[in-house]
Design a protein around this ligand. Structure first.
Ligand code: BGC
Length: 892
């Protein structure tokens, strides 16, 4: 061990990589860091804002979730934390700012300021500007005394702040969407640098967002959470003697209609640049004709004010169009070559009042924008020029799912088109990468990454484009393990789980999407969807190795299992009520996606076994012995019921479908290895009978390849994975998809859009297969919660000559990268500090206890044994052809 060389690469709080330390909700945040080498002990330093510097030695060599070794932070209190290995020359990590937000509801002493306390429903509303000024001199603050300035804020609606004429933050759509009846997130902004001596002004843009306005499908619902939009903002100055002065703004607010003349998250934004009051957020602005807002006391609203657990939504990337063309009728069409969630930024010069309309769509159909799938989310923005030279504009309070855009009324020729697409989503840290010798597979993986990005817009949603964009529980239930491989989303998901628990308590069951909207969808407990309340926390625990998420969600987890147990009448067989089953099985009719050929109640009982077992395991981890026994009992009853109802003694499943069998294998539902073996043979048979085309929906698809791999059907798994005929993952890729589709045939082979009323080109659920690519194809799998033990067991096949997966997990970077050279199989492995790995090579050899660092392994592997040819298939290439197109895959 050489502690003097231990570099700390990354330091973060709790499990919340990517969350900045300013305005956190924990008084004693645990610390985690990634080190280049282990150390016997670590030293943590806190440089407090009052100048005091404290040092603590951590009791062990652990770098994970180290208890906060200092006194708990009070509201507003903070400092800089850094870490180093104990040893003479060890260097400090870069400092991390840690500062508590307002932790106690009683810290909030100002009312909401509302420019619009009510508005008629049924019509899109405008946006509002609010401003307030103050003079430091009037507060007795002489120049040079302000050490820190903080804005603590949130809103009913969505908002952005300006201070003395400049934006306060890059955050978008704050405070994000939570179940506002229960929780409203607050933001903390450091505005020290923008505060001036003497007079200052703060301003807010404010609009409906999720709180007010129309959200949801089937016509949607108006004003779900309230009839007001309002800003809550508390500005505090910390002086050089550490005293805190709250700037008394409550009577200082005034408001004015903003240039946003109407806006809806789904519909788009209309903006008239002539209406922007110049310099409106500067102190010198004359606001005598502005109106006083209504002040709404905080006590009038039920939501708890909470600092966020995850990072905010921001512009993450900017794309330039790959083609710009004038089309019939005069519009200009732009192709950004990538389906995104986001908005356009336009740069133009036009006469005052000249209006440009911006249309958006994911696909083209019949030479026109395919807007039918958007349903009521018409996604049209409108900009009326001020006439004042070059103007730059991007809508603030709307977001669209699109690849193509059309400009209507562009005031210039094609050469003058200066338009970018801004990719907007939660600012997540990327943690997972996959790459292989198969161009189609690589593109599929890229599409999964994009669908995840596009659907993590503050909360995990189903789709980013149509009038839905909801936190569907089933979608994230199946996708969570893959999500955790690709990005650090513990903070985002743990925040969302708080809403799951809150809504579950209110509804008496886990709603099918959270936050729940009563817009007509059946509000009944549903297997695989409601099971998210148990499985998502469990997956977070598996990934991060931290039981706290299980403690936090325990009541919600067991309430779900208790409810299902009651619904089975204590028999364990859940065979009644509403179910979504193996949703979107390709055999289901377009207008009835729940009509899968897999028995819905088999799915329900299988999930009941799985989640009852997880709750029993959770109870064991939390030391709740009596509970453990209770849930083992419930799981046992459900398992008995499942077997007697659905499994023949020889191992056939009554509902003889790939999903039924895959569930039984992956959820360990068989009574004996012989049964599983027989079922496995049947699964391989069914998959082959279907010519290796997909015949599974949301429930079966994420696990079908795992099930095949487990029962000796790895080649069948590859045939399925590399299939390119409809329905298959690579069919979409061959059709030019840049994201994962909701339906296998969202676009039909003739280029028309599936006639179903529910057709998205951007759903992550079926993209859960990327997890298999990492764990099985590349062979990098965690074998213990938190990744302290890795199983590196690549299963080469499908004609692939190379595959690699990297994951920057809680302990640092782990990699499994293999390639084949003739009969040689070569494997490079990276094990992070704090972990060990078991390496299993394709020739059957096993190397145990592989320690941290880089290692190379090799064995002999005969090509023919691992790559039997795939019947009747060929890789068609499509738009991504040309990059190492594996024509004739399988014929190695
Ligand atoms: C959503 C899904 C969801 C499903 C369940 C759809 O409208 O987009 O992804 O899970 O409904 O009914």
């Amino acid at each position: 061990m050489t502690p003097q060389h231990a570099h700390v690469h990354e330091l973060w709080l709790e499990n919340r990589r990517g969350l900045e330390g300013l305005g956190i909700g924990e008084p004693s945040p645990r610390l985690s860091w990634i080190a280049s080498t282990p150390a016997d002990a670590w030293e943590v330093e806190l440089q407090r804002d009052d100048g005091l510097i404290e040092h603590r030695l951590t009791p062990s060599g652990s770098t994970r979730l180290v208890e906060w070794p200092f006194a708990p932070l009070r509201s507003r209190e903070g400092g800089h934390v850094r870490v180093r290995a104990v040893g003479a020359d060890a260097s400090w990590s870069p400092p991390l700012r840690v500062e508590a937000g307002l932790l106690d509801p009683a810290d909030w002493v100002v009312p909401f300021a509302s420019p619009s306390a009510s508005a008629p429903a049924g019509e899109l509303r405008p946006g509002y500007l609010l401003r307030a000024t103050w003079d430091n001199g009037d507060l007795g603050i002489v120049p040079g005394r302000i050490r820190r300035a903080r804005v603590y804020s949130t809103a009913h609606g969505v908002y952005e702040l300006e201070l003395n004429g400049s934006p306060v933050a890059a955050d978008l759509l704050s405070p994000g969407w939570t179940s506002y009846r229960h929780r409203l997130r607050t933001q903390t902004y450091d505005v020290t640098e923008s505060i001036r001596e003497g007079r200052n002004a703060i301003g807010a843009w404010l609009a409906d967002g999720w709180y007010r306005g129309r959200i949801g499908f089937d016509g949607g619902l108006w004003d779900v959470y309230g009839s007001d939009v309002a800003l809550l903002l508390q500005l505090e100055l910390t002086l050089d003697d550490d005293s805190v002065v709250r700037v008394p703004l409550e009577d200082a607010w005034s408001w004015h209609p903003s240039p946003i003349t109407r806006v809806g998250l789904y519909e788009g934004e209309r903006y008239d640049a002539r209406l922007l009051p110049a310099a409106w957020s500067r102190p010198e602005f004359d606001d005598t004709d502005w109106a006083s807002p209504t002040l709404l006391p905080l006590t009038g609203f039920p939501a708890r004010l909470e600092p966020p657990t995850g990072p905010p939504v921001r512009v993450i990337e900017t794309l330039r169009p790959v083609s710009i063309e004038r089309i019939e009728g005069g519009r200009i069409r732009l192709d950004f070559a990538q389906n995104i969630s986001g908005k356009l930024r336009i740069r133009l010069r036009g006469p005052a009042g000249h209006t440009v309309r911006l249309h958006h769509a994911e696909v083209l159909e019949g030479g026109a924008l395919g807007v039918r799938p958007l349903r009521a989310a018409i996604s049209i923005d409108e900009y009326a020029c001020s006439g004042d030279g070059v103007e730059v504009w991007s809508p603030r309070f709307t977001i669209h799912g699109f690849r193509y855009a059309e400009l209507e009324g562009w005031p210039g020729d094609l050469e003058s088109v200066d338009v970018e697409a801004l990719v907007v989503h939660t600012d997540m840290v990327r943690t997972g990468w996959f790459e292989s010798s198969h161009a189609g597979l690589n593109r599929l993986h890229e599409n999964v990454v994009w669908s995840m990005r596009d659907n993590f817009v503050d909360l995990p949603t189903d789709c980013p484009q149509r009038d839905e964009r909801l936190g569907w529980t089933g979608d994230i239930q199946v996708f969570a393990p893959t999500a955790l491989r690709l990005f650090a989303v513990h903070g985002t998901l743990s925040g969302w789980l708080r809403d799951v628990a809150a809504e579950q308590a209110e509804q008496g069951h886990v709603p099918n999407f959270v936050p729940w909207l009563d817009c007509g969808f059946p509000n009944f407990p549903t297997a695989a969807w409601g099971d998210a309340a148990v499985i998502v926390p469990w997956e977070l625990y598996q990934h991060d190795g931290d039981v706290r998420i299980l403690e936090d969600q325990y009541d919600s987890m067991r309430a779900w299992v208790d409810l299902v147990h009651r619904l089975t009448g204590g028999t364990g067989l859940w065979n009644s009520g509403f179910q979504l089953g193996d949703w979107l099985d390709p055999a289901a009719p377009p207008d009835n996606p729940g009509e899968s050929h897999t028995d819905k109640h088999l799915v329900a009982t299988a999930y009941h076994v799985r989640t009852a077992r997880i709750v029993a395991d959770t109870a064991a981890l939390l030391g709740r012995r009596a509970d453990e026994e209770r849930y083992r009992g419930i799981a046992g009853r459900a398992l008995d019921a499942f077997r007697s109802e659905y499994v023949s003694p020889a191992g056939r499943i009554v509902s003889d479908t790939p999903t039924s069998i895959a569930l039984s294998i992956v959820f360990d539902l068989f009574a004996s290895p012989e049964q599983e073996l027989r079922a496995g043979e049947r699964l391989v048979e069914l998959v082959a009978q279907n010519d290796y085309r997909i015949s599974t929906g949301f429930v079966g698809t994420p696990i079908i390849c795992d099930a095949l791999a487990r029962v000796g059907g790895i080649q069948a798994a590859y045939h399925l994975l590399l299939q390119d005929q409809l329905p298959s993952w690579l069919y979409q890729v061959g059709m030019g998809a840049t994201t994962v589709w909701e339906r296998w045939d969202s676009m039909l082979p003739d280029g028309t859009v599936n006639p179903g009323d529910m057709t998205s080109f951007n759903h992550y659920a079926l993209g859960a297969i990327a997890g298999f690519m990492h764990r099985v194809v590349a062979g990098l799998e965690s074998a213990a919660p938190g990744g302290s033990l890795l199983r590196i067991a690549p299963r080469p096949g499908g004609g692939l000559t190379h595959a690699s997966s990297s994951h920057r997990g809680p302990l640092g970077l782990a990699t499994s990268s293999w390639r084949r050279e003739g009969d040689a199989f070569l494997l490079d492995v990276v094990v992070p500090v704090g972990a060990t790995a078991t390496v299993e090579l394709p020739d059957g050899s096993v190397i145990d206890a592989v320690g941290p660092g880089r290692h190379a392994f090799a064995c002999t592997m005969r090509a023919a044994a691992s790559d039997p040819p795939r019947p009747k298939m060929r890789w068609r290439g499509g738009p991504h052809d040309g990059e190492d197109s594996p024509v004739g895959v399988g014929a190695v």
